[in-house]
Design a protein around this ligand. Structure first.
Ligand SMILES: *[C@@H]1O[C@H](CO)[C@@H](O)[C@H](O)[C@H]1NC(C)=O
Ligand SMILES: *[C@@H]1O[C@H](CO)[C@@H](O)[C@H](O)[C@H]1NC(C)=O
Ligand SMILES: *[C@@H]1O[C@H](CO)[C@@H](O)[C@H](O)[C@H]1NC(C)=O
Ligand SMILES: *[C@@H]1O[C@H](CO)[C@@H](O)[C@H](O)[C@H]1NC(C)=O
Ligand SMILES: *[C@@H]1O[C@H](CO)[C@@H](O)[C@H](O)[C@H]1NC(C)=O
Length: 217
């Protein structure tokens, strides 16, 4: 208990003494507002920079703010709050954003790691009866981009709950109420494809009813 408290105390003291890097996830085409995380003495100069080397804006305490060439028309700097807004984000905008207060010494007053991502694609969910012996055995395949999950339903019981990850993308296959749900997500979006359990049960019906593949979507 004591050790936990001590850890918490040291963690909190780190929080106050340094500017923590905050992860921010945004969709391509959207905007993001980055605020200062620390108090800033208005007599200092302020520079927002990208990946430690590219200057975005420079403010020396009075307008006009200098906006550097490759950022003209796509950033807004708030001279009151000193926050920076980046518009129409592209994947190439992913990286580290920092605000530096400059006087005799430099101090980092904001630090963000920005990830600009495309929305995910809708996953494809297929169910097909196992060809061989038993007609009641259904194979389910849930696929999206680089990810794929295969699972089985026997009789009308699907005992599935599976998840897979690749980079920022996440794929999960599960049963909820009378639906089989395949969900593809990343930190900025998600899309699902569903199939009714009824469709799986059909496979177990007596001869004469034949189903091979069915896709929803
Ligand atoms: C910025 O830095 C990130 C790593 O933080 C890197 O992945 C990215 O390629 C860099 N972007 C540019 C344009 O240099
Ligand atoms: C259903 O078929 C799959 C693939 O052939 C097999 O691995 C699984 O054991 C079968 N399940 C049952 C209950 O027979
Ligand atoms: C599947 O259903 C059949 C017919 O209802 C039954 O005989 C069999 O025991 C069931 N199998 C399993 C693994 O539940
Ligand atoms: C899909 O996954 C996302 C992210 O985990 C979650 O927010 C969303 O509720 C899920 N949707 C469904 C239908 O499972
Ligand atoms: C799956 O997504 C559709 C829209 O694509 C939505 O209508 C449906 O409610 C979602 N299913 C679940 C279980 O959230």
């Amino acid at each position: 208990m004591m050790a936990v408290v001590m850890q918490l105390v040291s963690f909190l003291s780190i929080l106050v003494s340094i500017t923590v890097c905050v992860d921010v996830f945004k969709m391509v085409g959207s905007s993001v507002q980055l605020d200062l995380q620390k108090n800033f003495d208005k007599s200092f100069d302020l520079v927002w920079l990208f990946n430690r080397s590219n200057n975005i804006v420079k403010y020396n305490g009075k307008p006009p703010t200098r906006v550097f060439r490759s950022y003209r028309d796509r950033v807004e700097f708030n001279e009151e709050t000193h926050s920076l807004t980046l518009k129409n984000l592209q994947k190439s905008d992913s990286g580290l954003y920092e605000a530096e207060a400059i006087d005799e010494m430099k101090e980092i007053v904001a630090r963000y790691q920005l990830y600009v991502l495309d929305p995910v694609e809708k996953p494809v969910l297929n169910g097909s009866p196992q060809q061989s012996n038993d007609a009641c055995n259904v194979t389910l395949t849930c696929e999206a981009q680089k990810l794929s999950i295969t699972s089985h339903c026997y009789n009308d019981t699907c005992d599935i709950k599976e998840e897979k990850m690749a980079g920022d993308a996440f794929l999960s296959l599960y049963v909820s109420n009378s639906f089989i749900i395949c969900n593809h997500s990343n930190p900025v979006s998600w899309k699902n494809t569903t199939m009714e359990m009824e469709e799986v049960k059909q496979v177990c019906l007596p001869e004469g009813v034949s189903m091979h593949t069915y896709c929803t979507g």
